[in-house]
Structures are given as structure tokens and as C-alpha cells.
Design a protein around this ligand. Sequence first.
Ligand code: 9Z3
Length: 321
Amino acid sequence: MDASNKSDDVGKTLETQAKAFFDSAPSLHNSHEITQKLIQFIQHNSSSLARRIVCVTSGGTTAPLEQLCVRYVDNFSSGHRGAISTEYFLKAGYAVIFLHRRGSYQPFCRSIPDDPLLECFELTNDLNIQVRKAYSEAVKRAILDHHTAVAGGHLLKLPFSTIFEYLQMLQMIAISMRCIGLRGMFYLAAAVSDYYVPWKNMVEHKIQSGPPLLDVKLFQVPKMLSVIRKDWAPQAFCVSFKLETDSSILVNKANAALEKYKMHAVVANELATRKEQVVVVTSAEKITGMRDNSESANDVENPLIKLLSKRHITYIEDSGR
Ligand code: 9Z3
């Protein structure tokens, strides 16, 4: 695959690239429904409650190779970070818009096995369904916590698969969150495609096997982090993630992202140790967050969300002066 930069987009401004991306993307079939859900959710949480609202992105985006898609390029992410972070944000009093990859890890499901239907349930002698004893506490907890968050109107779950869906939904969320200004946060943990095939360049039908070399040109996805900061939700507190496999370049890359995209914080993590340690990089500090094995809730997301929530409050107070 040719991931060179020799594309039509070289030299265009970010605004032009972003516009070209959205103009050529296939439109969402349910955009009206999503807009209604967002309006309701934001109104509910901002009217009397004046909660802070965070958009947590989670899981990897796909870049399809065919319009009637059989094959796609995927980005690694189980969705664990986003799902567990959502639980801690809810605990910290935030309302959460959970923009997640369809089929990825979900909040409150940490103690539920991969195949819940077949593993958690069993048939009784009279062919009724019951929860297996071994899972009854975990299932009760998951249903209760999930129901409390959703029924209370504090958790809105929106699924995506492709980079086209993800960026269109992120734009809709950001624009809807503009009205809450400083109280909004973006926590961008999704692993987003760097390269994609623009819709107009994509073949309609399944690529036929045959030729020994498949020549597919991938174009750079416009970096929407800057657009969120500049245009979509300029007052929101923005946290992005930096993932590397080489620890020697990680913190420098996170610093570069902080400056380039004007993030308020960048969370640096290395693939192999991402569940044990993260480094939060801001313009003023570099803080290492570790999983605390002496506590029962020993997720690295616990200290991470506590820290970000504090920094968000300081940001609101400082900006309001
Ligand atoms: C992350 O770095 C996330 O922490 C992980 C979480 C994807 C590593 P899991 O879902 O893993 O718990 O399995 N997300 C951001 C990855 C990313 O694509 N970042 C871009 C980059 O590093 C910037 S937007 O260039």
C-alpha cells in the first residue's frame, strides 16, 4: 500500500482538507436521531444539574477499502481504556458521551466474560433462563450500574465503525457541546486512522484477488484535533492520547502533540505497559500515573481521571476570572 504524502491534499490548509473530508464522506443514515439524542442529553445535564460533560472516544476506527466494504484497514484498540475511564468519569460526577467502536469493550462489563449470553446464563429444567451462580453478582452489578447511569441520563452511548462515521459524529458532538463552554471535556482515547481512502477514490465492489501486487493509495486523514480546538468547541478542555511502541520517543511525541494541536493535556502511553502506567503531559508539568496494586480498584484510569478532573476544575476557575 502506498502511504506516501504525494496526495491531492498536500499544501492545502487544514480547513480545506477537513472540508474536503466531510464533503466526500458518505452521510450518516441516522444523523437526525443522533442530533436529537445529543440535544436532549446536553439539555438534561446542563439545565438544573450543571454537570460537567465529557466526550470519551474509545476503540479503533476502520478505513474501508471498498464502498461495499469487505476489507478495511483497522487500528488497534480493545476499547478497555475508554470503557474503564467512562466508569471513573461517571463516579467523578461527569455526564459521559461514550463514542465507541461498535463491538468494543463496554463500561461496567469488566467482570463479564467475552461470550456473556452463553457463559452467564443457563436453562432450567423447565426451559426458563437463569443466571449461573458464578456470574450472578457480576451480572447484577453490571446491570445496576449501567441502568443507573443510562436511566439517570448521565451516559449516552454512540457507536461507530469507520473513520467517516467517527469524525462526523465527533463533529456533531463537539458542536452540540459548544453551548456548555468550559464545562465540556474531550478525552480522545480512540485510536484514529492516520490514513484512509477517500470515498470518491474507493472502488464500489469487492477488490478481486489476482494481481500479485495490490496498489491502494492511502491519503492522510486531516488532524481534527486542531479543528476541535479552533472551530468546533474552542472553550472545551481537550485531552488527547499519544500511543507509541518505542518508549524512547514517547514523551517527546506527546510534547509535540500538546504544542501542535494546542491540547490542554496529552496522555502518553506505551502499548506494552498501557494498563500499568501513563504519563500526563501539560504545558506546566509531567505527571506519571501508575496503577496502585495495593487498592482493590487498581486501574491506572483511577488516578488519571482524578487528575484530569482536578485540572478541568482549575481550567474552569482560571478561565472564568
Ligand atoms: C490510546 O493511546 C489508548 O490509550 C489505547 C488504549 C488505544 C492505547 P485499549 O483500547 O488501548 O485499552 O486496548 N489512544 C490513542 C491512540 C492514537 O491513535 N493516538 C494518536 C497518535 O498516537 C493521536 S490521536 O498519534
